[in-house]
Design a protein around this ligand. Structure first.
Ligand code: ADP
Length: 272
């Protein structure tokens, strides 16, 4: 779905944000991009929908070179949910907000209405249909931004720091929602610092540091490897820290999520 071939990117002020980055993302994959501030994560994902074009190398989205097409066309395939929803929201009501892009993409009135109703329902926003997005909480505004992107049904959904501003319950809903989207065949890319959230989702993870990809693997491979995580200034998930500390007692050291932890501990207690 997305091919990044030997891409470097330098901002006009001379900051080299990406250095010789290559990565392939398959159709239907779920990927988390992690790394400390300034590592190049946002720059990388902005290449996916053509908001930025590589200084050298190439980015292909669904076999189309992003240098040879418009952001508007790419946006149809790659929906981008920004870190700060306020940079994305500008209409007077939630309904208008979600309708806006649909109209731009040329959907007729009936289809716009149907899609808006569907997206409001999907994200639990129906009661806010006629409300101004700016009257909503930060977490709700994030959901409006996500609803407006999902409404046009892009093949790829990129979310920059989706868990910021969400409380525990909202995060759990978001997690289930992302897993559901992905199981329905959508390619999902999240940029995040939230190691506990990633541990529960178990996507493929790439770790970035100083504009390069320093690791690429499954949730289990990456999150249970303290040496690799340190390179990207990411801490080991809490559950994993506990299990790493208990490995002398015969506990496995590759546990990243709560459910597996609970099963392993119960089995141990029952077999005593
Ligand atoms: P991350 O998302 O991992 O925090 P970014 O991709 O935002 O990293 O930034 C990578 C590097 O590029 C950083 O050094 C950052 O300061 C720089 N950078 C980001 N945006 C701009 C910009 N618009 N102009 C100049 N430098 C930028």
């Amino acid at each position: 779905m997305i091919r990044v071939n030997q891409v470097s990117f330098t901002y006009p002020n001379g900051t080299e944000a990406l250095r010789d980055v290559s990565i392939n993302i398959q159709d239907g994959e779920f990927l988390a991009v992690m790394g400390q501030n300034g590592a190049g994560k946002t720059t990388l994902v902005k290449l996916f929908n053509g908001l930025l074009k590589p200084s050298s190398g190439e980015v292909l989205v669904d076999n189309v070179d992003t240098k040879e097409t418009s952001v508007a066309k790419l946006a149809r395939s790659v929906g981008f949910v920004f870190q700060n929803p306020d940079s994305q929201l500008f209409c007077e009501t939630v309904e208008e907000e979600i309708s806006f892009a649909l109209r731009n993409f040329g959907f007729d009135d009936l289809k716009v209405k149907k899609r808006v109703t569907w997206a409001l329902n999907l994200l639990g926003l129906t009661e806010y249909r006629a409300t101004s997005p700016f009257m909503l909480s930060g977490g709700e505004r994030k959901r409006v931004a996500l609803a407006s992107v999902l409404a046009w049904d892009p093949k790829v959904v990129v979310m920059d720091e989706p868990t910021i501003g969400q409380d525990h319950r909202q995060k759990e809903r978001l997690r289930q929602f992302i897993i559901q989207l992905n199981s329905q065949g959508k390619t999902v890319v999240i940029v995040t610092h939230d190691v506990e959230f990633v541990a529960e989702c178990a996507p493929r993870i790439i770790l970035m540091s100083s504009g390069r990809i320093v690791a690429d693997g499954t949730g289990k491979e990456i999150l249970t490897d303290p040496t690799t995580l340190t390179k990207a200034s990411i801490v080991v998930p809490q559950i994993t820290q506990i299990f790493l500390g208990l490995s002398d007692l015969g506990f496995p050291s590759d546990v990243i999520d709560l459910l597996s932890a609970k099963e392993i501990i119960s089995e141990r207690l029952i077999s005593r």
